[in-house]
Design a protein around this ligand. Structure first.
Ligand SMILES: [Zn+2]
Length: 96
């Protein structure tokens, strides 16, 4: 049992609702609650960016696809996708 709670929300967006399912971390494979996981979407193309730019100038259509990846908090911090903020820079939360 965890006696001290670091965050009122435990880092999640659950509130009064129940389980929202889990996702697997794209980096380490850990199972993370969906409302706790960090979601990142980026659009990728098969064609290299430099060639893609030239082809676009010539007026051709280059297909891109959106790749969604989920990160656990540890991996999101370690890979620099999210940063640890100073206490005064954190989002104000309700009194614990
Ligand atoms: Zn991870």
């Amino acid at each position: 049992m965890r006696l001290a709670k670091k965050r009122k929300s435990a880092g999640r967006a659950k509130g009064g609702s129940g389980s929202k399912g889990t996702v697997q971390c794209s980096r380490c494979g850990r199972m993370v609650p969906l409302d706790k996981a960090k979601k990142f979407t980026k659009s990728t193309s098969v064609v290299e960016p430099q060639i893609a730019r030239e082809l676009k100038q010539q007026g051709s259509y280059i297909q891109t696809r959106r790749v969604t990846s989920y990160y656990c908090v540890s991996c999101a911090v370690h890979s620099g996708k999210v940063h640890i903020r100073q206490a005064d820079q954190r989002r104000p939360t309700a009194k614990r």
